[in-house]
Design a protein around this ligand. Structure first.
Ligand code: ZN
Ligand code: ZN
Length: 173
């Protein structure tokens, strides 16, 4: 692991949210469980809308260069009722919750993503986040591999480009 477990979880969750708008509260349920969020859930239209409304700001934060990311993180944390503390729950050892568990989910996602970006900025690793290498794809990629081998957002994009590269080579040969 390159970063703390909760940092990596928060970044993956934010990237998934940026890449895919939620259509229903069931989509939120799946995402929430998969990324091991805890705390308040409203399961209503307002929560769904608030999460989807967050996507442009998250995309901006996750695609900014290091200096701009630092400014955005500071702005987001100044606006939010952030109060970092160490918690331990379920199977998870000590990690940081930076906002009250009963704050609205969209506010928690904002603060947890900003906290995760603190780690990337400090370690000078914001380049771990990029746009998918596929020319036709706007999705974000988070590369947390040791050797920085991840360039595509999904196996679908990776396979499409592998096939194209193979065809290009076959034509030349
Ligand atoms: Zn937790
Ligand atoms: Zn892609």
């Amino acid at each position: 692991m390159l970063f703390a477990y909760d940092t990596e979880c928060s970044l993956r969750a934010a990237v998934t949210l940026v890449n895919t708008a939620f259509a229903t509260t069931a989509d939120v349920d799946t995402w929430y469980a998969h990324h091991e969020y805890t705390g308040r859930r409203d399961r209503d239209a307002a929560e769904l809308a608030a999460l989807n409304a967050l996507r442009p700001a998250l995309r901006d934060l996750l695609t900014s260069d290091r200096d701009r990311a630092a400014t955005l993180v500071n702005d987001l944390l100044a606006q939010a009722p952030a109060s970092p503390r160490l918690v331990r729950h379920g199977d998870l050892d000590w990690h940081v919750h930076a906002i009250a568990d009963n704050a609205p989910l969209a506010a928690r996602v904002t603060v947890e993503t900003a906290m995760a970006m603190i780690d990337l900025v400090r370690a000078d690793e914001v380049s771990r986040l990029s746009q998918c290498t596929d020319d036709t794809c706007d999705n974000l990629v988070i590369d947390l591999t040791r050797n920085r081998s991840r360039r595509f957002c999904s196996t679908a994009c990776a396979n499409r480009n592998a096939v194209a590269a193979y065809r290009a080579r076959a034509k030349k040969g």
